[in-house]
Design a protein around this ligand. Structure first.
Ligand code: HEC
Ligand SMILES: [Cu+2]
Length: 351
C-alpha cells in the first residue's frame, strides 16, 4: 500500500516539475497583455527575419522533442526504480558496456547535429547569396562609439541614428542593402524584426539586407559590447511608404537654410569646437567625428535614441552630455547659459 502511494506522490511531483519548466516557454510565446514588443523576434516583417524565425522554430521543435523524450525517460526511471520501503538494501546488478546502446547514443545525436547544421547553413547561405536587384536602396552604416552614421551614396544624404528605408512590396521588392563599417571598434547591427545580427568590424566591410514589408518604426540595439555607452547605442529604423521615403531623401539632401534670426547661435557654434566634430551642410561646419547636424530637427531622438529630441534635452545635452549619456564621446563645452540658449535656438532651426 505504502509503495503505491509513494509512487503516486513521485508521479505528481514529476508532473509539477514539467509544468513549471513549461511556464517560461509559454510566457515567451504569448505576452500577458497581448501587445507586441517592438523587438519581438516572433514577429518578423522582413525576409531574413522570417527565415531566421522559421529556423528557430525548427530547432526549438527538435530540442523540445529531445527534451520530452529524455525527461519522460528520466521521470519513468525515478518513479519505477526509486528506493522503496521494502528495499532489501542490496546493490542492483551492474552492467558494463553495450555496443548497441553506445552506438545508439552516439549516432543519433550526431545525426541530429548534422540536420541542425545543414538547416542553419542553408538559411545563412540563402540570406547571404541573395542577389542585389538594380532598384535596391544602398546605405552605408558606420558604427561609432556610441552612435550610428548612415550615408546614402549617390544621394548626398548623411544622417545619424535614425535610418529611413522604403517599404518593400513582395511582388516588386525594393530591398535595402546595408554596407557595415566601423569607425573604431566592433559593433553589431540588430533589429530583430528585420534581420539577424551583423557585426560592424573595423577595416572589414560586410553587408546585410532587409526588405521590410510593413511600414512602421522598428527598434534594435547595438548587439556587440563596444564600450561604456554600448547600452545606449539604440537602433531606430523607419520604414516608410515609397512617397514618404522619397520626400525624406529630398529634404535630407538639401543644405541647411541660413537664418539671420539665429546668427548669434550659429556664430557661437562655429567658433566653439563644435564644428571640429559636427557637420552642417552649407556652412563652415564639416566635422565628421560626431553626428551630422544638418537636419537635426528631423530626428525624433538625440544621442542614438537615448533621449527624445526636445529643446530641453538638446540644451541639457550641449551643457553636459554626461547627464544623458555618461561616457559619451562628446565633451561638455563649458558654455554660459546665454551661449547655451543661443546655440540651442540655432540648432532648433536645422530642420
Ligand atoms: C570632440 C567632438 C565633439 C565636440 C567638440 C562636440 N560634439 Fe556634439 N557630439 C559628439 C559626439 C561623438 C556625439 C554623439 C554622442 C553619442 O550619441 O554617443 C555628439 C552628439 C551631439 C548632438 C546630438 C546629435 C544627435 O543626433 O544625436 C548634438 C545636438 C551635438 N552633439 C551638439 C554639439 C554642440 C552644439 C557642440 C559645441 C558646443 C558639440 N556638439 C561639440 C562629438 C562632439
Ligand atoms: Cu556599439
Amino acid at each position: 500500500m505504502r509503495n503505491r502511494s509513494s509512487a503516486i506522490w513521485r508521479m505528481r511531483f514529476a508532473v509539477q516539475v514539467i509544468v513549471l519548466l513549461c511556464v517560461p516557454v509559454a510566457a515567451l510565446a504569448a505576452p500577458a497583455d497581448g501587445s507586441l514588443s517592438p523587438t519581438n523576434i516572433f514577429a518578423p516583417v522582413s525576409t531574413p527575419a522570417h527565415s531566421i524565425l522559421g529556423l528557430s522554430l525548427f530547432v526549438l521543435a527538435v530540442t523540445a522533442a529531445i527534451f520530452v523524450i529524455v525527461f519522460s525517460l528520466l521521470v519513468y526511471c525515478v518513479v519505477r526504480f526509486g528506493k522503496r520501503a521494502d528495499d532489501d538494501g542490496r546493490e542492483p546488478a551492474q552492467v558494463y558496456g553495450s555496443n548497441q546502446v553506445e552506438l545508439a547514443w552516439t549516432v543519433i545525436p550526431v545525426l541530429i547535429i548534422v540536420v541542425l547544421f545543414l538547416a542553419t547553413a542553408q538559411v545563412i547561405a540563402s540570406i547571404q547569396k541573395a542577389a542585389q536587384p538594380g532598384n535596391a536602396i544602398q546605405v552605408i552604416a558606420i558604427g561609432h562609439q556610441f552612435w550610428w552614421e548612415y550615408r546614402y551614396p549617390g544621394l548626398k544624404v548623411v544622417t545619424a541614428n535614425e535610418l529611413h528605408v522604403p517599404v518593400s512590396d513582395p511582388a516588386q521588392p525594393t530591398p535595402t542593402f546595408i554596407t557595415l563599417l566601423s569607425a573604431d571598434t566592433d559593433h553589431s547591427f540588430w533589429v530583430p524584426r528585420l534581420a539577424g545580427k551583423s557585426d560592424l568590424i573595423p577595416n572589414h566591410p560586410s553587408t546585410m539586407w532587409i526588405d521590410p514589408q510593413q511600414t512602421g518604426l522598428y527598434l534594435g540595439q547595438c548587439a556587440q559590447y563596444c564600450g561604456t555607452q554600448h547600452a545606449k547605442m539604440l537602433l531606430r529604423v523607419y520604414v516608410q511608404s515609397r512617397q514618404e521615403f522619397d520626400r525624406w531623401i529630398e529634404e535630407q539632401s538639401r543644405p541647411a537654410q541660413a537664418n539671420p534670426a539665429v546668427s548669434e547661435g550659429q556664430r557661437i557654434f562655429e567658433t566653439t569646437a563644435c564644428i571640429n566634430c559636427h557637420a552642417v551642410n552649407g556652412t563652415a561646419a564639416d566635422g565628421r567625428f560626431g553626428p551630422d547636424l544638418t537636419h537635426l530637427m528631423s530626428r525624433e531622438t538625440i544621442a542614438s535614441g537615448a533621449a527624445p529630441n526636445t529643446p530641453e534635452n538638446l540644451r541639457l545635452w550641449i551643457q553636459n552630455p554626461e547627464a544623458i549619456k555618461p561616457g559619451s564621446k562628446m565633451p561638455a563645452m563649458g558654455l554660459s547659459d546665454h551661449e547655451l540658449d543661443a546655440v540651442t535656438t540655432y540648432l532648433a532651426t536645422l530642420r
